[in-house]
Design a protein around this ligand. Sequence first.
Ligand SMILES: Cc1cc2nc3c(=O)[nH]c(=O)nc-3n(C[C@H](O)[C@H](O)[C@H](O)COP(=O)(O)OP(=O)(O)OC[C@H]3O[C@@H](n4cnc5c(N)ncnc54)[C@H](O)[C@@H]3O)c2cc1C
Length: 446
Amino acid sequence: MNVAVIGAGWAGLSAAHTLKQAGCAVTVYESGHQPGGRARTVQSPNLSNPVDNGQHILLGAYTATLALMQSCGVDAAKHFHREPLYLGTPNNTFRLRLPRFPGGRAGMLFGLLDALGLSWQSKYHLARALYQLERTHWKISPDTPTLNQWLRNQKQTPAACKYFWHPLCLAALNTHPDEADAQIMANVLKDSLGNPDKGATDVLIANDLLASLWPTQVCRSLNLHLSTPIRRMTRSKDGFCLNDRYEHAAVILATPAHRAKKLLADLPKCNDGTALHTQLSAFEHRPIATLWIELTQPWESLPARPMLMLEDDPKRHAYGQWLFNHAHIKGSRNPHLLAMVTSDASALGSLPREKAVHYLLNQLANETDHACPMPTIRGHTLVIEKRATFAATPNLSRPANQTPWRGLWLAGDWTDTGYPAVLEGAVRSGLAAAKQLLAGQVQSRL
Ligand SMILES: Cc1cc2nc3c(=O)[nH]c(=O)nc-3n(C[C@H](O)[C@H](O)[C@H](O)COP(=O)(O)OP(=O)(O)OC[C@H]3O[C@@H](n4cnc5c(N)ncnc54)[C@H](O)[C@@H]3O)c2cc1C
């Protein structure tokens, strides 16, 4: 079967790889000049080497992504720094480290017993809330749709919110806890903290550019058209016609939701199509900011952790939430790099760039003043991805992979994966769309 995949992000590429392996003739159309989508490479004149558009992390619970990489011949042990989850500030005002084994609730309890910066009351309520979640099969009552409503209901202390719930919510959902969907947060916790499998809560950080991992491998075997935006998709006798030029029997539309909405506009009208249009119109987006800092030498005197928690407080102009120190990423391509990350970065993004960088560097100096001073900065660049992810708010109705038009499937982190907008959701959606397409093909042959 001759299939088109529109969009070469992690969703589109995982679909294309699956279809190719099943023997389909696959053509991928990508509007950008490189594959990878929102996990792409940027080259700044201020830095000596290219960097990712944002510092990404993966979890041990990203089973679909890790299996896909393996099937592409990528050895995750070689390309990722992997360690048990460690949440800690540079000066140890807070520290929670999870053992690799046991996982699940027992691991979390060990972590809490050993945690610094939380009172026994905070630890008790936190453990109780997780226990409660497990007992209700990770289902949140509709009475407390947002994370902060649920946290209040669970009597979480300000310290537990500040150091545990809020940072995890911002990192995973890129949505402020006041408006974040508590159920999506619970889904993430279920697969990580609630998962007794060894290493499910591990953090994995690539030691090279994300695009150089499996996307590059996969693209070598695909018919990939870069810099080819699809502007029009119409029904044709045998399937779909793209840009009035390319004919395909089936299509997987793996662009972001707002682009998908535009492309569906020229297809024959139907009630279900109108409903899908309404779903696609409801997505709002939130930015993520990453300040990449290149030092003259690796900063080894900071605590030997690749990822440290910063104490953000926008009222004090402290916007940074996480600091990634590549000096402590095993096998790092560039150990001179630091990345300061701010999720749901609307406040930071509204500042003039110079001011934003000034505040971030000030915060970094304040929060690390106990350590040996930071080596000299050789250069820095602030990357703000305005539409980094959709806002994971309650009652957002996310579309399935299937569409009302026969032969057309949707893929993307915004489809109904149960996950927030993350790499694992993108991969799962791509795999699901490809499997449904293949299943439809088999059915029509019967
Ligand atoms: C700064 C940042 C940090 C992040 N951090 C993390 C993290 O730590 N962990 C994590 O798991 N996730 C993280 N994410 C989210 C993750 O990157 C996304 O969930 C994932 O990349 C989405 O993949 P996708 O394939 O669904 O969509 P995209 O990557 O958006 O892919 C869609 C593709 O379609 C192309 N396209 C659009 N329109 C057209 C058209 N008309 N014709 C042809 N092609 C088109 C686009 O160019 C793009 O390549 C982060 C995202 C950002 C931006």
